[in-house]
Design a protein around this ligand. Structure first.
Ligand SMILES: Cc1ncc(COP(=O)(O)O)c(C=O)c1O
Length: 359
């Protein structure tokens, strides 16, 4: 059976090399006589995996000693709550930009927990777009400034990250490790793994060390960033197998030229799809051109019937996961780091053939 071109938004495609490597070591990890899944999280074999996962992430992103890389569980959704619980003191507000569905979920949790200021709201704009800093005034007493760096559903991204007075906090779930970034601009970055890092089950958090110390004394131990920093993400049993795959994915990225190289490939892949959309009157992009995501490309066809036909015929041609999110409809092609360039070429050809037959 051949592998499909997998356009799902997450869990998403993983590098074939990584899957094959994991498969080769599945029942006996490097001669220890058992799988890494069956290994103690405090043993030598897993310790090497854990350390390399952190080291690779730090190296790829150029993370300095003033930051910690930690692995948590509960997905990005857990971070929606943990960020305000840890970083916002009584009497402070927290600034949030509402740029779409994921930002709105982060805002909802922040509002449940305390004072929250929505400093910009482009969540319902069409074409979908990111706020501009020129439209925003920051609150004087904000504990941090939250952005969703890539809106997975609408297909928009912050192409340039904003300069903010308060520490910048970013949900990077759907674009982490897809381009070089200046981590020094951020106070905290979080990302669920299941798009660019590995399988679901582990959440990557990059936190400036001084911010990890901010949590109020009443916060339970497991919910405090400082706990996971001081225990090197081994306070409780971490999701060892997802971290193992994350280690292999970050190793794969390093071996393939790091973030500068993958960013170039990502731009090229997305560029081909946007060029196909722009060259046609049949297809209509849904994101503002200057804010177009390089990871999630979204567009519409002239009718919902044609969209359903497009998805069905693409699936029959071994291109799966193209149906837009149920909240917005349309088509979405998620083309994360490990999505192959040939798959984009196949989709562009399919779009051209489909338009010729149905346009
Ligand atoms: C930008 C963004 N934030 C948060 C989430 C939620 O992540 P999780 O399901 O890991 O909690 C997603 C999931 O798709 C996402 O795309």
């Amino acid at each position: 059976m051949s592998r499909a071109y997998n356009f799902f938004a997450g869990p998403a495609t993983l590098p074939l090399e990584v899957l094959e490597e994991a498969q080769a070591h599945l029942t006996d990890y490097q001669g220890i006589g058992y799988s890494i899944m069956e290994a103690s999280h405090r043993g030598k074999a897993y310790d090497a995996v854990h350390s390399e996962a952190i080291a690779n992430t730090k190296e790829l992103l150029g993370i300095g000693d003033d930051y910690s890389v930690i692995f948590m569980t509960g997905g990005a959704s857990m971070q929606f709550a943990l960020v305000p619980m840890n970083l916002r003191a009584p009497g402070q507000t927290a600034d949030y930009t509402n740029s779409g569905a994921w930002a709105a979920k982060a805002i909802k949790e922040a509002q449940i927990l305390g004072d929250t200021t929505v400093v910009a709201d482009t969540g319902k704009d069409l074409p979908a777009r990111m706020p501009k800093m020129s439209e925003i005034s920051e609150s004087a007493n904000s504990a941090y400034f939250h952005i969703t760096s890539n809106e997975t559903i609408s297909g928009t991204r912050w192409t340039e990250f904003p300069d903010t007075k308060a520490p910048l906090v970013a949900d990077m779930s759907s674009e982490i490790l897809s381009r070089p970034i200046d981590v020094g601009k951020f106070g905290l970055i979080y990302a669920g793994a299941q798009k660019n890092l590995g399988p679901s089950g582990v959440t990557l958090v990059i936190i400036r060390n001084d911010l990890a110390e901010r949590a109020p004394a009443t916060l339970p131990t497991i919910m405090r960033y400082a706990t996971h920093v001081s225990k090197n993400s081994l306070f409780n049993t971490p999701p060892t197998f997802p971290i193992y795959i994350l280690m292999l994915v970050t190793r794969w990225l390093k071996n393939n030229g790091g973030l500068a190289a993958v960013a170039q490939e990502n731009e090229a892949k997305a560029g081909k799809l946007y060029a196909a959309i722009d060259a046609s009157d049949f297809y209509r992009g849904t994101a503002a051109v200057e804010d177009r995501s390089v990871m999630n490309v979204t567009w519409r066809l002239p009718s919902e019937e044609l969209e359903a036909k497009f998805v069905a015929e693409a699936t029959a041609a071994n291109m799966v996961g193209l149906k837009g999110h149920r909240s917005v409809g349309g088509i979405r092609a998620s083309i994360y780091n490990s999505f192959p360039a040939e798959g984009v070429d196949a989709l562009v050809q399919f779009m051209s053939d489909f338009e010729a037959a149905n346009g």
